[in-house]
Design a protein around this ligand. Structure first.
Ligand code: MF3
Ligand code: CO
Length: 291
């Protein structure tokens, strides 16, 4: 399955080009890094041009749904309403909400309010009120291709502390993104995220991270945000993964809802913020696929 084509044979990626003019150099560079002891992506992690087309189309729906939430979210709205809007709009655009039924998850979206870190249940009993900060995390399947991104929303006006937390969380993603380039390491991205959080007195959740995405909801590699530069998996053109650090105002410790075993909260009850984008490593840097 992972056979190496001859130089003049068609490339394994299906581009139609000769191997020597397509993935040959990339494969050689990966092999060299592996020989030097680095963690490297498998071929399955390098999306082909045809797969990327599908993922981009899925991402368009993903972004449109988040744009719609941005338009309608307001004080007094319940997160249950957000769930229905996400489901209806995703389906109208020909997609399926990826969370629905995923490992038994019962809703179409995750809505995490204030001290909820992630996987918050969208419920008719959760009314968004002035000053709340909420993460809306949308994941979409279109024609079998997955996309995943999330944004923070501030309901009305909030405290300067929570406002700053939301900004810092966004800046963390931007700092991490700036490190995404071929032949760097996932740890370069992680350290940029972690350094920025620390410099602003915030902490980064260690045990929950991002992931490869595209052909499945959660693919390898697992993507953490507390690693060191120069460590972790080599970034190679064609890799698609999420940058989605969870940034806490207080300590990094989190706990899980005892009954539903889904919703994650900060241990100290202080607020948490998260933005999530899906990024493709390109030949000369990156392409943001959804945000
Ligand atoms: N969207 C989340 C992520 O960013 C995953 C949620 S899992 C679900 O990876 F089942 F709760 F949807
Ligand atoms: Co994700």
């Amino acid at each position: 399955m992972n056979a190496i084509p001859g130089r003049n044979e068609p490339c394994w990626c299906g581009s139609g080009r000769k191997y020597k003019a397509c993935h040959m150099q990339t494969d050689n560079r990966i092999a060299l890094a592996a020989a030097q002891g680095h963690e490297v992506p498998t071929r399955a992690m390098l999306k082909t041009p045809a797969q990327l087309e599908g993922i981009r189309r899925s991402a368009k729906v993903n972004v449109a749904v988040l744009d719609e939430i941005a338009r309608v979210i307001r004080p007094g709205m319940t997160t249950g309403e957000i769930d229905r809007i996400v489901r209806r709009m995703t389906e109208e655009m020909g997609g399926v909400p990826a969370p629905l039924g995923y490992k038994g998850y019962p809703y179409s979206v995750c809505t995490s309010v204030n001290d909820q870190v992630c996987h918050g249940f969208p419920l008719d009993s959760v009314v968004l009120k002035e000053g709340d900060i909420v993460n809306v995390d949308c994941s979409t399947i279109l024609d079998g291709y997955y996309s995943d991104s999330s944004r923070m929303f501030i309901i009305g006006e909030t405290t300067p502390e929570k406002q700053r937390l939301v900004e810092v969380a966004r800046e963390c993603v931007e700092k991490g993104l700036a490190q995404v380039k071929p032949w760097g390491f996932l740890g370069d991205m992680a350290q940029a995220v972690n350094d920025h959080a620390k410099a602003n007195g915030c902490s980064v959740v260690e045990e929950i991270g991002g992931h490869g995405v595209g052909l499945e909801f959660h693919e390898d590699p697992w993507v953490g945000y507390t690693g060191r530069a120069g460590t972790g998996m080599l970034m190679v053109p064609g890799m698609v993964f999420t940058i989605e650090p969870m940034i806490n105002l207080g300590t990094a410790d989190v706990c899980t809802h005892i009954e539903n075993e889904w919703e994650i909260y900060t241990e100290d009850g202080q607020p948490s913020a998260q933005w999530e984008l899906m990024v493709l490593v390109t030949e000369d840097g990156y392409e943001v696929l959804s945000w």
